[in-house]
Design a binder for this molecule. Structure first.
Ligand SMILES: Nc1ncnc2c1ncn2[C@@H]1O[C@H](COP(=O)(O)OP(=O)(O)OP(=O)(O)O)[C@@H](O)[C@H]1O
Ligand SMILES: [Mg+2]
Length: 458
């Protein structure tokens, strides 16, 4: 069953329940009130009669008083002890026959149901003792068919039933309108999702009015999610196209050297050596590049780090020691604290520092300075070189994937333009920052900034 139909039926059923309940209440109260009013009228009449009859009246005079007080379809009796009917005036024989006289010493009200000419009918009987100062023992009994009440009850029943039917119909219409209004954005979303499913292309939903309700929030969230998806798809597409473009150059070199070897065989020793060396170099480059691609893909998927506490001072010392041994370059380490403990992924932070030192070595020939500073609320790692630097207008692109300032030189140095983007991703995962300051011809400084939460100074 559609959700709109469900909402519609449920609201109508609920509305009907409320209506039926209130109608019963109205009906019951109305009937009760009307009978009470009739009852009061009969008591008032009994009072009036008693005021008129005094017992020294002759019975014919008393009978006349009673007769004058008769209303339509009623009787008035004076009853003595042992239910003896002393006087009886009536204009409704059937009523007199059905209701037996009853002596009472207390005020009394009774309702009877009799089977009259047109079916069941209610009769109201009131009895009051006659007290007029004498020792006469008797009671006055007045009975009246409640014909008006029957008619009013019928009318009320018709009104209540027809108003319930009309209300149920209106509620069905209103519920339908309400359900449609609520479901419109959801239906929109379903259609868009079906479109996405069919075409495989993420699409956003059009939001017409600015109602700021939950449904609009849902639609906006959906659109944000789709926008992120589109961005990711775009990034992925870009990455695949960039990566294949990057792989093309070394593969072309390998292919042309392989062709050369195929054509000329291994006759020319010099050429053969050159070809094998070139093929080896390019294959190594491809291998390194694919490793980097995998690194980057892994970082993209990671949202939570497996962190541990480690000492940044000893980490920097060990990396610098290795670099000095391998590259035989002058690298100075400047630090004040003997230990700076921080929470993070040690291997990944190590990778960032290696990326920066690798660049400093590749793009400079002078000495390199590494500064480690622990402040109250942050830790800074600065890697500074005095090399070729980066032109001002290129700095903004430096963290983009595959971006290299001097492609020819980078090829010489074996760079693929993925070092800094990887470093940035790792810093993002650590909620840290990476900034680069550079002046062409003077040198470059890269600053890593870790926030206070990550570190504990010792
Ligand atoms: N210290 C630096 N001095 C001068 N230029 C730099 C420095 N660091 C980076 N660059 C420039 O920024 C570009 C991007 O650096 P990145 O580390 O991302 O890639 P890469 O070094 O070319 O290759 P990879 O690091 O992937 O081997 C480099 O090609 C280079 O032109
Ligand atoms: Mg690099």
């Amino acid at each position: 069953m559609k959700i709109t139909t469900k909402i519609n039926l449920l609201t109508t059923a609920w509305m009907l329940c409320i209506l039926i309940l209130t109608n019963f209440l109205v009906f019951f109260l109305f009937m009760k009130n009307t009978v009470t009013m009739d009852e009061n009228m009969l008591f008032q009449k009994s009072k009036d009669i008693m005021a008129e009859i005094h017992l020294n009246q002759s019975s014919s005079q008393m009978e006349e008083t009673l007769r004058d007080s008769l209303t339509e379809h009623s009787f008035i009796r004076v009853i003595g002890p042992k239910n003896k009917v002393i006087l009886h005036e009536t204009n409704d024989k059937l009523l007199s026959k059905k209701i037996k006289g009853k002596y009472t010493t207390k005020k009394q009200t009774q309702t009877h149901i009799i089977f009259a000419e047109h079916g069941e009918e209610q009769v109201l009987v009131v009895r009051v003792p006659i007290k007029n100062g004498t020792n006469f023992k008797g009671s006055l009994e007045i009975a009246e068919r409640l014909q008006g009440l029957e008619a009013r009850r019928e009318l009320l029943r018709v009104i209540l039933i027809s108003s319930t039917v009309i209300a149920a119909f209106l509620s069905l219409l209103g519920g339908r309108w309400l359900a449609n209004m609520i479901m419109r954005p959801i239906s929109n979303m379903i259609h868009t999702m079906e479109d996405i499913e069919k075409s495989g292309v993420p699409k956003t939903i059009s939001i017409q009015d600015n109602t700021k309700d939950e449904l609009q929030t849902m639609a906006k969230t959906f659109n944000r999610m789709i926008a992120r998806l589109q961005l990711n798809i775009e990034k992925q597409r870009q990455f695949v196209s960039d990566a294949s473009h990057e792989l093309k150059t070394p593969l072309t070199v390998i292919k042309s050297y392989a062709n050369l070897l195929r054509r000329h065989g291994l006759k020319n020793k010099k050429m053969t050596d050159e070809a094998i060396a070139a093929i080896h170099l390019e294959a190594t480059r491809i291998q390194k590049m694919t490793e980097t691609f995998l690194d980057l893909a892994e970082l993209e998927n990671e949202t939570l780090l497996e962190t541990d506490q480690f000492d940044l001072v000893s980490l920097c010392k060990s990396i610098i020691k290795q670099f000095k041994q391998v590259y035989k370059r002058e690298i100075s380490f400047h630090y004040k604290e003997n230990q700076i403990l921080m929470d993070g992924d040690e291997l990944k932070i190590k990778q960032v520092i290696i990326i920066l030192l690798d660049n400093a070595i590749k793009y400079s020939n002078e000495k390199i300075d590494v500064f480690l500073e622990g402040h109250e609320n942050q830790v800074l790692v600065r890697v500074k070189d005095y090399g070729i630097g980066i032109p001002e207008d290129e700095i903004q692109h430096i963290f983009e994937r595959f971006y290299r300032v001097d492609k020819a030189r980078s090829r010489e140095t074996g760079g693929s333009g993925l070092g800094l983007p990887i470093a940035k991703s790792i810093m993002n995962l650590h909620k840290g920052e990476i900034n680069l300051i550079s002046t062409q011809g003077e040198g470059t400084e890269v600053i890593l900034r870790f926030s206070q939460k990550n570190n504990l100074l010792k």
